[in-house]
Ligand binder design. Structure first.
Ligand SMILES: C[S@@+](CC[C@H](N)C(=O)[O-])C[C@H]1O[C@@H](n2cnc3c(N)ncnc32)[C@H](O)[C@@H]1O
Length: 259
């Protein structure tokens, strides 16, 4: 799996471009509601990145903890307005005492942890009774739910995602087997973007370093994907056809409680 590991230090300084100020994220609302529901005083995000979601949760508590593998991302998180308690580490071995947190969550990160189930077990250990674990992200295994032009035009990306991401069905059954109750899976956000014609070239997510999907590609494979896109644009123009590039991604939340 090592070749599937991305060094986020390289992209840390540009990472927050994905969070334009004007945009409201429904996954953020889901996190806020959960934190309120469990009356969270201490919250841990694993794979906390630049601290964007932790900063949002300041509305609920000041007990905000983040753990990330990348010192570059931790450096960015230190610049958030909220005061965050940040640690460097890995999602499968969390350096905190058992029964410390009311809520543990990760967003777009479990696919980086390698041993997904070890993270779920660690989260269970760290939760207080009545605490909640939320795992948020997309599930490339759930056929027909998401359709992303990146998967179509860039070779190997979809197959690599199938290797990196756990299937949602596995996540919920591991959670139940490892002690969580009230385990559920729901769509918390639907990303529906259509890029018409050349406008696809302005999609911030098409940059080589904007997502781990493309950042993992060699320069050669990335450029081959860009060539496919330029070819498709050219063919559409030649045939006087309209071409669209869709990003339809269902973001799920896998939720469970420690009773
Ligand atoms: C796509 S980013 C998500 C960041 C943040 N959760 C967000 O939604 O903006 C994935 C994060 O996981 C971190 N990461 C990668 N491998 C990790 C590991 N083994 N343990 C903890 N964090 C890891 C990366 O450094 C990166 O900050």
């Amino acid at each position: 799996m090592n070749s599937l590991k991305l060094n986020y230090d390289k992209i840390a300084s540009d990472y927050n471009q994905r969070y334009p100020v004007a945009q409201k994220w429904e996954r953020g609302q889901a996190l806020l509601e959960l934190a309120q529901q469990v009356q969270a005083k201490a919250i841990l995000e694993v794979g906390s990145g630049t601290g964007y979601w932790l900063n949002l949760l300041q509305q609920v508590t000041n007990g905000l903890y983040g753990l990330d593998y990348s010192m570059g991302m931790i450096g960015q998180a230190k610049q958030q307005p909220a005061t965050l308690n940040l640690a460097q580490g890995t999602g499968t071995q969390l350096p905190f005492r058992s029964g410390t947190f009311d809520m543990v969550y990760c967003v777009d990160a479990i696919h980086h942890f390698g041993n997904h189930r070890a993270f779920i077990r660690e989260a269970y250990r760290l939760l207080k009774p009545n605490g909640a674990l939320a795992i948020i992200g997309h599930d490339p295994h759930s056929a027909g739910v998401s359709s992303w032009y990146i998967y179509k035009y860039f070779d190997t990306v979809y197959d690599t995602d199938l290797l990196r991401y756990p299937a949602g069905t596995s996540v919920t059954s591991w959670m139940a087997q490892d002690g969580f109750t009230g385990v559920s899976s729901q769509i918390v956000e639907m990303i529906n973007n259509t890029h018409v014609g050349n406008r696809v070239l302005q999609d911030p997510f098409i940059k080589h370093n904007a997502t781990s999907q493309l950042a993992l590609l060699s320069e050669e494979t990335y450029q081959a994907g860009m060539k496919h896109i330029h070819q498709a644009l050219w063919d559409a123009k030649e045939n006087d056809e309209k071409i669209t590039f869709r990003s339809d991604i269902h973001v799920k939340m896998f939720l469970g409680y420690k009773r």
